[in-house]
Design a protein around this ligand. Structure first.
Ligand code: F6R
Length: 368
């Protein structure tokens, strides 16, 4: 039932505050992450984990890419990530004490499932965890540990609330395994949990800025290309923004780590190619600001989603939109996802696309 919403994608974007509350429910206390959320075997497995390998596709891959930063930063465990369609067809070397993680909304994506099966066949002792939105699915049946995202049914082909609840789940996992490795102290845990508890409210506030994004979307009406920039976890969020825009509005969109611009992609930038940058208030902010200067001199239209604390000074052809105030490394990527979802949704609306059923795409890709 769509209620007052026009499309499922819009409904699902606006369901995120609740979906995140549901995903956190009974998995945290006021200041701790409960290891029990991962099942009774988790503690021993997490303690013995020396390497993490994540496999996933599409949006779920982008969530895993954010988690790679978190896991190495917070839990100090070497983490690799690869798209399942590559991983399954090569002969990857899996080191001893690797925890293999699959991430999937549907739990039925053929590439992800077959990658899991082939590794389990070759490495009999491997431990596996799936982060999945469907309790009754092939991935949950075939994985040793399960953490369900409680996003509720996602109907629109473009994934939105599944992505943000995957990020929340991966944040819980990063803290849980970090505690098992004595890398997360009480104070750090309390501050991350506090951030997670505030997420729903922060997302609500961000959603209230929809009207500003509707205005920004107008300028994409006759664009054929768009470029998304970010650094660190925001590179993964830029990739998610580009994936959303291309799949529902059919505008060719690419994401680059902002530092890579000068190594080639900057050749693409001209006045008809809008550049969307994500500017959190982190240690890379100054570097990102100089990347924006490089873009400016090519005369393209720029949209910068910033943290209020980032103080990006608007330049010619640049719209700066303050999304939020002083966010941490866990909450920031989740919050900066919201304006990108809204932007792609409104661009698709303006272009008259069938938002929930983009051409050539299926909700669950159960074929190779
Ligand atoms: C993008 C999208 C796809 C899926 C991908 C994996 O909006 O929906 O990229 O994320 O096909 O699907 P799951 O997560 O079901 O394994």
């Amino acid at each position: 039932d769509l209620g007052d919403y026009k499309y499922y994608m819009q409904k699902e974007i606006f369901e995120q505050p609740q979906a995140i509350r549901d995903t956190l429910e009974s998995r945290i206390t006021k200041n701790t992450v409960l290891l029990s959320a991962f099942g009774y075997r988790a503690k021993t497995i997490f303690k013995n984990t020396k390497h993490i390998q994540i496999i996933a596709c599409g949006t779920s891959y982008n969530a895993g890419l954010v988690a790679k930063y978190w896991l190495e930063d917070i839990a100090k465990i070497p983490t690799n990530i690869e798209v399942a369609s590559e991983y399954r067809y090569r002969n990857p070397i899996v080191l001893d004490n690797t925890l293999l993680i699959t991430i999937s909304q549907s739990g039925e994506t053929a590439d992800t499932l077959e990658a899991l099966r082939s590794i389990k066949k070759r490495y009999k002792n491997i431990h596996t965890l799936t982060i999945c939105n469907c309790a009754e699915s092939s991935l949950t049946r075939e994985s040793e540990l399960i953490l369900l995202t409680h996003a509720g049914p996602e109907i629109s082909v473009a994934s939105t609330k599944a992505f943000t609840t995957q990020l929340v789940s991966l944040a819980l996992f990063s803290v849980a395994i970090g505690k098992c490795h004595k890398q997360v102290d009480k104070q750090q845990e309390a501050s991350i949990v506090d951030g997670l508890n505030r997420l729903s409210g922060l997302i609500k506030k961000t959603l209230e800025q929809e009207n500003k994004i509707i205005k920004l979307a107008q300028s994409f009406k006759d664009k054929f290309n768009a470029i998304f920039l970010g650094r660190g976890t925001m590179h993964a969020i830029a990739m998610e923004g580009a994936l959303k825009l291309k799949e529902i509005s059919y505008i060719h969109s690419e994401a680059f780590p902002a530092g890579e611009l000068k190594h080639g992609p900057i050749a693409l930038i001209d006045k008809d190619t809008p550049v969307i940058a994500i500017a959190p208030n982190d240690q890379l902010l100054d570097k990102l600001k100089s990347n924006l200067q490089e873009v400016k001199s090519r005369g393209s239209q720029m949209i910068v989603f910033e943290d209020e604390m980032s103080n990006v000074l608007p330049m010619k052809n640049m719209t700066v939109m303050s999304i939020t105030h002083n966010l941490g490394r866990i909450t920031a990527p989740i919050i900066f996802t919201i304006p990108l979802q809204l932007l792609s949704y409104h661009v698709a609306l303006i272009k008259g696309a069938d938002v929930d059923k983009p051409r050539n795409l299926a909700k669950s890709v159960t074929v190779e």
